[in-house]
Design a protein around this ligand. Structure first.
Ligand code: ATP
Ligand code: MG
Ligand code: MG
Ligand code: MG
Length: 470
């Protein structure tokens, strides 16, 4: 059955409602009272206070579809069929209520009865020491032992430092040999696109202390995460998450703006996917109140937006264009996320302003970088200096990661440490300038930056400030 992404979300949430769960709306991408995380990256993340017991949940059973951003996956976006920087995670949670047996049974019931996925395409992984999970999967559910793969801590044990932790069990869909890496030993746990992990069931049953001891907790928790785009791709029988109904709608619009067809040119397809993904992240981040800036979440946003803009250049798009695409994102997601529609106008404005700002310098920056790289190549050196990278950042608005990516395409490296040193130097200069400002008169301070022609050249204190020069 070919289900739309929006329908699958609804099916999941109402399934778990029927199992006694309270449906909560997605939390913001901006974490609340949590300094350990820049952006929410899983359904469980905003529920941490309930898991560690510092807050009482509104009910012991909760189900959500959570907006997630995972920038660590940025380099995989467009390369694999299954990674995005923005995605939605379906989840059901038990705060000291039901446990392993119930969740495995319900997960199977949802997959078999609601989604009707053919059993012979399914595989399961468990933590290598979790015999309890093995017994449930084989005896209670009747999954054949050959379809169950035991993996180590890296894949199937969830923990973050001290605190609640536990083994997990993941469910995979086999897309067939043609989708895989071709290696002989390719199986579940291989990092290719054949066996797609779509649902992760975490059994939080231990508490880890400072010494690394694991003690069982009295009322263990359940936390699951299913990638909505991934399960939609499976249900729709398409080759990647980018071809899922809602995302395809965005991708097609990108193609129409670039006046090209998808699937004709490998490197253009890559750019199309990057733009399609990043504009989703950007739209949702802005709708949650994040603004482009040079640090923290704002920097992540700026990085994503500028990377997408650069890929637009690669497709030959000359004008600002990202601000147009956000409406497609809003169109396909507005029912589940009404804040998108409410803020549509300001989302467009913020994206346009940031895009415009980068447009003014991107061509110049790109051509300077091009010259720099050609010069290095003729000189047989392989590293762009920190000073040059900083200049691209400071004058042309190139995020460090963008310069690194372009350099990498040419087989070159970037002196990252040198870049950070330049950054530090600039901060010190700014700090010293501020110190003087506090004691002297404004005219003297500004003359430090402008030299003696201040009377004729002075363009106003506020403008200098806005440009970050004081
Ligand atoms: P993978 O091994 O494929 O990178 P993961 O183990 O890192 O996935 P989890 O942390 O277990 O993922 O998250 C739960 C679910 O969220 C995954 O089973 C998958 O369906 C989905 N998911 C995780 N990362 C992404 C991503 N970058 N893009 C889309 N969906 C994702
Ligand atoms: Mg991952
Ligand atoms: Mg995994
Ligand atoms: Mg996982």
């Amino acid at each position: 059955e070919s289900l739309g992404l929006n329908e699958i979300r609804e099916r999941f949430l109402s399934f778990f409602e029927k199992k006694g769960h309270l449906r909560l709306p997605s939390f913001s991408l901006v974490p609340k009272n949590d300094n350990s995380l820049l952006l929410i990256n899983s359904g469980m993340a905003p529920l941490k206070p309930y898991f560690i017991g510092i807050q009482k949940p509104p009910r012991k059973r909760v189900t959500t579809c959570q907006k997630c951003i995972r920038t660590p996956d940025i380099e995989r976006v467009g390369q694999t069929a299954r990674h995005a920087t923005f995605f939605e995670m379906l989840g059901n949670f038990s705060f000291g209520d039901y446990f392993k047996k119930e969740i495995i049974e319900w997960a199977w019931e949802f997959i078999m009865q609601e989604l009707k996925i053919p059993e012979d395409r399914l595989w399961v992984s468990i933590y290598k020491e979790d015999n309890e999970a093995f017994e449930i999967w084989t005896k209670k559910i009747g999954v054949s032992p050959e379809r169950i793969v035991r993996l180590g801590k890296k894949d199937n044990f969830w923990e973050i430092g001290v605190g609640p932790c536990g083994p997990s069990s993941e469910i995979y869909f086999d897309r067939g040999e043609q989708a895989g890496c071709g290696k002989e030993n390719c199986t579940v746990g291989c990092d290719c696109d054949r066996f797609v992990e779509f649902w992760n069931l975490v059994f939080t049953q231990f508490n880890r202390d400072e010494e690394g001891n694991y003690t069982p907790i009295k009322h263990p928790n359940i936390d699951t995460g299913m990638g909505l785009e991934r399960i939609a791709a499976i249900m729709q029988g398409v080759d990647s998450i980018f071809e899922v109904d809602t995302i395809r709608h965005i991708l097609d619009y990108v193609c129409s703006l670039a006046k090209i067809e998808y699937g004709k040119d490998v490197s253009k397809d890559m750019s199309i996917r990057v733009i399609t993904d990043h504009i989703r992240s950007v739209t949702f981040m802005v709708s949650d109140g994040i603004l482009p800036s040079n640090e923290g979440r704002g920097y992540v946003l700026r990085r994503l937006l500028r990377r997408a803009a650069r890929h637009g250049k690669l497709l030959g798009i000359q004008e600002p264009f990202l601000y147009k695409i956000c409406h497609k994102v809003i169109e396909v997601s507005k029912d589940a996320y009404p804040e998108l529609k409410r803020k549509e106008e300001s989302i467009e404005k913020i994206i346009y302003t940031e895009e415009e700002r980068f447009q003014q310098t991107i061509d110049q920056g790109l051509s300077i970088l091009q010259d720099l790289m050609n010069e290095l190549i003729t000189k047989n050196s392989d590293t762009i200096s920190g000073i040059d990278v900083f200049k691209l950042y400071d004058t042309y608005g190139f995020p460090l990661e963008l310069t690194m990516e372009i350099a990498q395409e040419k087989g070159l490296k970037v002196d990252e440490n040198g870049f950070y040193q330049e950054m530090k130097k600039q901060k010190e200069r700014a700090r010293n300038a501020r110190k003087i400002t506090n004691i002297g008169s404004w005219k003297e301070d500004v003359s430090i930056f402008l030299g003696n022609n201040i009377e004729t050249e002075f363009i106003g204190y506020n403008q200098l400030e806005a440009e970050g020069k004081v």
